[in-house]
Write a protein that binds this ligand. Sequence first.
Ligand code: MN
Length: 505
Amino acid sequence: MVMANPFEGKEVWFGVGSQDLYGEEALRQVAEQSTEIVDYLNSTGTIPVKIVLKPTLKSSDGVKQFMVEASANPNVIGVITWCHTFSPAKMWIRGLEVLTKPMLQLNTQHHMEIPWETIDMDFMNLNQAAHGDREFGYIVSRLGINRKIVVGHYTDPEVAEKIATWTRACAGWDASNTMKVMRWGDNMRNVAVTEGDKTEAERVFGASINTWAVNELVAAYEAVKDDQVKDIIEDYKAKYDVAPELLDAKYDSLFIAAKEEAAMINMMNANGCTAGVDNFEDLGALPQLPGVGPQRFPSEYGFGFSAEGDWKTAVLVRIGAVMGYGLEGGASLMEDYSYNFVPGHEMNMGAHMLEVSPSIGTIAKPRLEIHPLGIGGKADPVRLVFTAAPKKDVVVVSMADMRERFRLLMNVVDVVEPEGSLKALPCARALWQPRPSLKDSAECWLRAGGSHHTCMTTSVGREAWEDFARMAGVELAVIDENTTPREFERELQLSEMVHRLNNRH
Ligand code: MN
């Protein structure tokens, strides 16, 4: 039960722009110094995806070949461009028009300091990214192509960090475009925000979202072998404090919960799915509403999960799990539940009936417990109970279908410790202080029509989601420490206009 490394075998291609004007010696130096830069970036240990330097780009045909190959190769998840010398940008048009992968424009230089005493015309002509990258930037902007821009000397740690975050977003985008979401049942009856246009979601995010009958899950449940269930129970015992009553041989609740987890995972694996949703209103002959299993989707399998048929949040949780792979923390379904309005102690409490994942980090070892559930009319479900560990710069992200487009909405929050025991609350939960404040955050969230379901990521923060949204060409409204409700309202109006004018999205 270990999530597959989503960066394994993936590459980012590095294309260096130049031209034939400067002669062989200059081009040799361009290639040599580009190698030095790429080797340095790969050696930092910060960037999780291998950067591969391709031959220097000197002509329209060369650029087009580079872009066609990058677009066609399933292992290439992004393209970095840099113009070491001047590179007349008309030669980039044909290539840029066929590029289908995310792009990062790196505006760097081989030298950090201007060689004050020795700089001559030859040096200046060879090292003119300040000039060449502006020419390149013009054509990319003119063509309306989204890209991340990173500026700085290649040895500046911030440059590697920004590239690293972008490569994580590239992996998230790759995962989104290869995602199959398994829906067991439909959305919860009468709920509005969990609905959405699945055809449009496949066009925008590449994710294929389809329904499987709950009867098939019941059949998969019946087909699970005891050995698989026992292995999962051993994993529970190794990772969680298991309530003694669950280990009592007279009761089979734990066995049933583990068997449900096995059935869901088996069915998803058999169909190549990496995210799933269920609905407590439609469980067929399943004995319990699945609890611990879905809680372990992100933490043990790297899968997305959301409840009540909310496939949009399941998509986000899968993307969050991929982007944050290898970092401390993770991704989970979250739902706003209760405010603490006490002055000076304002906070928001998020939870769900069962399905919040320990992937986001826990204060203490999660405890596996069994309690009745007031809705659904099934046997008492087994669930992990824990409180999320405090952490700064966490984000909650929601996706809403605004009819003619999807809107992502993000709040930067700080997860904090609860101010009491919460001992009577039999579910996983997180407490956070939203930025800029509880009141302003909630006002802006309501204004934007964000969902009550969110994906909380404690591994990657706002920059990764901003990079992702840019790749998807999807609206992303951000509430952070600098937000004021008045400006935010205006921002939403402008954003609405921008997205309506932009006919690509
Ligand atoms: Mn819910």
